[in-house]
Design a protein around this ligand. Structure first.
Ligand SMILES: Nc1ncnc2c1ncn2[C@@H]1O[C@H](COP(=O)(O)OP(=O)(O)O)[C@@H](O)[C@H]1O
Ligand SMILES: [Mg+2]
Length: 300
């Protein structure tokens, strides 16, 4: 069996290349040839002769595509060509944008912190009027969490303590899509990461910060411990993946007032090095085993 591992041509940090290596190693172990292709090698080419039957040169045709990138146009193109893409273009797109994730999950009745999406503006205009912030202040009490809709590792997530900080941070983020969210004090500096593959939680960890930061991300200095999730937490993580149509994902869960699980965000391309260091579970192996199973079902 042969697959393509689609990666981003312009991201070269160790964090990403390491994940690519883990995936190709996991493939090797189960006899799958996983060929790395970047999004600059496989371009989206559209014309009047567009052929929806598979690609390019037939020898090179993969049996599946493992899409470890956010280039959702390319993912959709490959789907149009008839390839089975893991995760789907829609799943990746909805997870990439935190506001869309919340919209879809709310639509399925999944519990989350109260969330208000900033009105959209244009890059060349930005917010020339911040009056809408008075609604945010009325609906949410300080401190308020602000998240850029596109961000990761806790780096685009902020906590503002008062009106002035709210205005300053909103103006600073400018035209980038963002959302405002109720701060969950019972989850300050701690959360859960549940890794789901094929409707099963395969690994879980508890993350906590020791330096007073409200964010528990490991990249942001958080610590981690293996964790045995309860049924409610498992059900929530699996339901999120079902609703968003994800084959696998890292689901971040907050602890509500009465310890009830609240969804924080869903990562379609979750890094799994930390969860391996924490639990010894290699998520790459689970992903490859799942893909083989899906492809083989598809073959019959
Ligand atoms: N509403 C919230 N209340 C309390 N803590 C939060 C809230 N939202 C996020 N956090 C903390 O911030 C971290 C980063 O937020 P998250 O939405 O997961 O963004 P990222 O994509 O950067 O990981 C979470 O892991 C959690 O520890
Ligand atoms: Mg997160």
């Amino acid at each position: 069996m042969k697959g393509w591992l689609i990666t981003n041509a312009f991201l070269h940090t160790h964090k990403f290349t390491e994940i690519h290596l883990w995936l190709t190693e996991a493939a090797k172990k189960v006899g799958v040839e996983l060929i790395v292709k970047t999004n600059a090698e496989v371009l989206v080419k559209l014309d009047s002769d567009f052929n929806t039957v598979k690609e390019v040169n037939s020898d090179d045709n993969p049996d599946f595509v493992l899409f470890w990138d956010k280039d959702v146009r390319l993912a959709q193109y490959l789907e149009m060509k008839g390839f089975r893409v893991f995760n789907s273009s829609k799943g990746i797109a909805v997870c990439d944008d935190k506001s869309l994730t919340h919209l879809y999950l709310q639509g399925a009745g999944i519990v989350m912190p109260k969330t208000i999406v900033a009105p959209m503006t244009f890059t060349n205009i930005g917010y020339n009027n911040l009056d809408f912030l008075s609604q945010i202040e009325k609906e949410l009490s300080f401190p308020i969490v602000i998240k850029e809709c596109f961000g990761s590792f806790g780096q685009q997530v902020y906590l503002v303590a008062n009106k002035q900080e709210l205005r300053t941070k909103t103006a600073e983020i400018g035209a980038k899509p963002m959302l405002f969210q109720e701060f969950i004090p019972s989850s300050k500096g701690k959360d859960l990461r549940l890794q789901v593959v094929g409707n099963q939680v395969v690994a879980a960890m508890y993350r906590y910060s020791e330096d007073g930061d409200f964010r528990a991300n490991i990249t942001n200095g958080g610590k981690m411990k293996p964790y045995e999730p309860n049924q409610k937490q498992i059900d929530l993580a699996i339901k999120c993946c079902k609703v968003l149509g994800l084959d696998f994902a890292g689901v971040d869960i907050l602890f509500g007032k009465n310890m009830e699980p609240l969804v924080c965000e869903v990562n379609s391309n979750a890094h799994f090095k930390n969860i391996y260091d924490c639990t010894g579970i290699n998520v790459a192996d689970s992903i490859l085993a799942y893909i083989i199973k899906r492809i083989c079902i598809g073959c019959k």
